[in-house]
Design a protein around this ligand. Sequence first.
Ligand SMILES: [Zn+2]
Length: 154
Amino acid sequence: MKTPKNTETRTWPGAIPLESLYTAGLGGQVFFKALKERGEIVGTRCASCKQVYVPARVFCERCFAELSEQVTVRPQGTLVSFTFSNFNRDAQPLARPQALALVRLDEASTVLLHYLLKVTDPTQVSIGAQVKMVIKPKAKRTGSILDIEGFVLA
Ligand SMILES: [Zn+2]
């Protein structure tokens, strides 16, 4: 094999305009529609292995069964884990740390990641704490995960 003599890397400046459209999928649409229109948290239950997925999904990740049974779960649960972030999603420093919660709603098998509100210090919170979900008033909901403001300690 011959080695190329000219190994200099040549570049041309330019930009590639990209647009994308992300869909929530069939299960996600059920979840976001219920959240926006009724302020409810909708999941799906697997008839085969009894897992309850929140947000709703269309197939079971454990046994691959089709999920058709929708369930509305109460907006309360248990803090499974938490962390504090000192940076936003663009890696810019925050004025004060933001608490994030991993919560298993009482009737769900899965966990949700969202903000943990009104907590400014790790000593104020512990794993296993009971939390309640805070959902925005209907007039402010847009069909986004941010229709949920976050969780507060119960
Ligand atoms: Zn299953």
